[in-house]
Design a protein around this ligand. Sequence first.
Ligand SMILES: Cc1cc2nc3c(=O)[nH]c(=O)nc-3n(C[C@H](O)[C@H](O)[C@H](O)COP(=O)(O)O)c2cc1C
Ligand SMILES: Nc1ncnc2c1ncn2[C@@H]1O[C@H](COP(=O)(O)OP(=O)(O)OP(=O)(O)O)[C@@H](O)[C@H]1O
Ligand SMILES: [Mg+2]
Length: 527
Amino acid sequence: MDIWNSVAECGDKRLQAKFKLSMNVIDRTLSLYGCEEVAFSFNGGKDSTVLLHLLRAGYAVAESQIAPPACTEDVRSRTQHRIRTIYFESPDVFPEIDSFTLDTAKAYDLELELIRLDFKSGLVELQKKRPMKAVFLGTRIGDPNAVGQEQFSPSSAGWPAFMRVNPILDWSYRDVWAFLLACEVPYCSLYDQGYTSIGSIHDTLPNAALCISDSSSDDNSAGTAEGKKLPAPDRKFRPAYLLRDGRLERAGRLKNFASVKVKSRDSLRENGDINGLNGMNGLFAAAILVVGDEILRGDVDDILGMHLSKELYSIGWTVTRRAVLPNDVIMTGGVGTMHCDVTLAGVAKAFGARLAPDEELEEDLRQHYGENCPGDENKMARLPEGITELLHHKDAAVPVIKCRNVYVLSGVTTSELALQWRCLLESAKEKDLFHVQQPFTSIRLRTSLPEVELAGPLARFDSEFPDLTIGCYRESCQFQAIKGGDSRNQGQLIISVVGKEPSRVNSAAKTLANAFPEGVFSEMSKG
Ligand SMILES: Cc1cc2nc3c(=O)[nH]c(=O)nc-3n(C[C@H](O)[C@H](O)[C@H](O)COP(=O)(O)O)c2cc1C
Ligand SMILES: Nc1ncnc2c1ncn2[C@@H]1O[C@H](COP(=O)(O)OP(=O)(O)OP(=O)(O)O)[C@@H](O)[C@H]1O
Ligand SMILES: [Mg+2]
């Protein structure tokens, strides 16, 4: 069956959506540059195999001008252009990959150019001999060299000039296999032997998560590449399409096993490693960003922000800032149906990451919303690439989204927020994300004394108890104003003494009370 029909009939909506977008990229490229001035970079890997078949389908339509599904690849064989294909040969490549590439080129009548130079020098030579305006690549998000790339990315500075076109940039590991299996196209035999991403013979092994004889890999939905045992040569492996957790795709690449680095203080800070940093300097501080025009307008109180402040305070963390931001403060992306799309775009921008579809969150949202999921085109499930972890909890319908040291909570009522907070704390404990600290303790004293009488003694206590935070504010200015009084001199003063050591807090409160006649202060109830 041809590609268009196979995808149309596979019943996989997500794959169909990805396919549509990719075909659009291919169509735009061919319209822009023409078949003559583009090339396909093919190396026999699974990603470039997917791309090959997308290109076959795309060229067929572009050249025949017959709309799918009437236009099949058979029609293409009667059209003029063979797909110009470049393959950089290397002595370090697996023989299976090499022969699959050559056999496939023959089977689909590709116009193959073999290059025996490194990528850069090879491309320089190619541009001299027969220039290309654009090159199709099977780069996908998550590939080390995908960072910063879009579907259309000009070649980097120092490289010959051409457009890198990445039609399957947003495809997940699962999408790749769904496509190859649905279209029943041949792929390199190594993938049936447990290889999930193929580099050179020196850096690639079958994926330990697919090892049959290793009991630790029976459930490959969890765990990371680092720390997994190297597979012994006599072990048997399941095929690549059975890897359930796409995040383990590169677990068989040797660089992964060697990459347990000693973290420097700078790298911890750069990566927002809150555990590491806090552990070193003893500062447990958080900032809260609340997004909502209605709060800025004064229509709604920032109840959620207050709630979170109290929760953080109750686990011994200091809140250094609580900022309320307008919904449109973040200008990149955020075209989804939910305001949290905007928030995540902001987080991505702050960390210099791009938003990419996340199949795990897509699945969560699908389960939560069922058929009514507004994230039809994966818009709601776009997460900052490479820095995001989803924290699932059995009691919460949607996970907390962790982007390095930023936690995105989506609760919109205090009870939803309270539930998410509890789930977050439990996940934090289980995964050792951040530490619950000794809680703060506080005493609040109310007085009718005028400010001038209090100012001197308070300043002295402040320096006498440097480990405590001593504050003073007027009670309920808002209340006075509503009643129509002059709020400046009305309402009692509240003195708050806050610290971690209850004995110190008590002692400060007593010292203060003793400095004035009896009965001047009354202690307020907690809360
Ligand atoms: C057709 C083609 C174009 C490339 N263009 C660039 C480029 O513009 N900038 C760059 O840094 N690397 C470029 N590369 C190199 C790749 O980003 C990457 O280094 C390469 O795929 C090697 O991956 P590996 O080291 O995992 O084998 C290009 C590679 C190919 C095949
Ligand atoms: N030797 C090569 N010759 C031509 N193109 C290449 C070569 N190596 C990489 N590429 C291009 O870079 C893309 C990304 O390579 P990558 O290794 O990530 O994917 P893949 O080889 O297709 O699949 P896998 O991840 O399973 O190895 C390829 O799809 C291909 O377009
Ligand atoms: Mg590869």
